[in-house]
Design a protein around this ligand. Sequence first.
Ligand code: NAD
Length: 256
Amino acid sequence: MTESLDSLLAALARLLSESRVAVGFTGAGISTESGVPDFRTPGSPWMQNKPIPYEAFLASAEVRREAWRRKFAMDDLYRGARPGVGHRFLATMVSSGRMPAVITQNIDGLHQQSGLSPEEVIELHGNGTYATCLSCGTRHELDGIRSLFETEGSPPPCRHCGGILKSATVSFGQAMPSDAMRRAQDLTLSCDLFLVLGSSLVVYPAAALPSLAKRNGASLVIVNREPTKLDAEADLVIRGEIGSILDAISLKWQYN
Ligand code: NAD
C-alpha cells in the first residue's frame, strides 16, 4: 500500500524538525516552476539547443558561434525568471540557520536571486548568467558579448588577453570546479539531513553526493516529480510538484 501524501509530509516535517545541519541539493526541477525548462522532461527546448561538449567548443570557431547562438536562444526563453517556492523555502532554511548552504547543479542564478549570498550557494556546474575567459579567467557580462555577437556574427575575444570567452557553465567534458566540489563534499559529510529537490540524479559526480550523505549517516529525502536513480536508498521519497509539496510543508512545520 502506498503511503498517503499527508503521512509523507508529516515524515518530512519530523525530519526537518530533528535536523541540526540540513543540506539542500537542487537540480533543474526546482526551476521549472520559475519557467526554466529542465533537460529530461519530454519536449525540452534544451534538445533543440543542446549544450555543446567542451572539446568541440575548443576545437572550432564555428562551433563556438553555434554554442553562443544556442545559449542566447535559451536565455530568451527564460529571461525574467524569478525564484519559486522551492528557492524561497531553501533561502528561509539558510536564513534560519538550519542549512549552511545549498548545493546546486543549476546554472540559472535563481538561488542567489532568492537572497542567498554567493558563499551560500555551491554551484557544481557553474553559472550561465555571465561568461569567463578560458585563458585569464576574467569575468565578462553577457550583454556586451551579445551585442557584438549580433552585429559581427561572432563572440568577441577577451578584452584583456584575447582569449576565448565561454559561458561560465561547466560543459560536458570540462573539469569540475575543484573548490566547489571540495566544499560540497565537506558539507555533505557534515549534515544530518540531505534534501534533494528536482534532480533526476543521473549526472555524475554531482549525483554521488546524496549516497555519500546517506553512507555517512544522514537522512536522505528526495522530492521529485518522477522516480530517480536513488529512490531505493532514500529514507523518504515524495513524488510530486516541488511547489505544492513545500507550500504544504510550510503550513505544517515552523522553521524556528
Ligand atoms: P534533469 O532535467 O535531469 O532532472 C530534473 C528532474 O526534475 C526530473 O526528474 C523532473 O521530473 C523533475 N522535475 C521537473 N520539474 C519538477 C517540479 N516542478 N517538481 C518536482 N520535480 C520536477 O536535471 P538535473 O538532474 O539537474 O540534471 C541535468 C543537468 O542539466 C544539470 O547538470 C544542470 O546543470 C543542467 N540544467 C540546469 C538547468 C537550470 O539551471 N535551471 C536547466 C536545465 C538543465
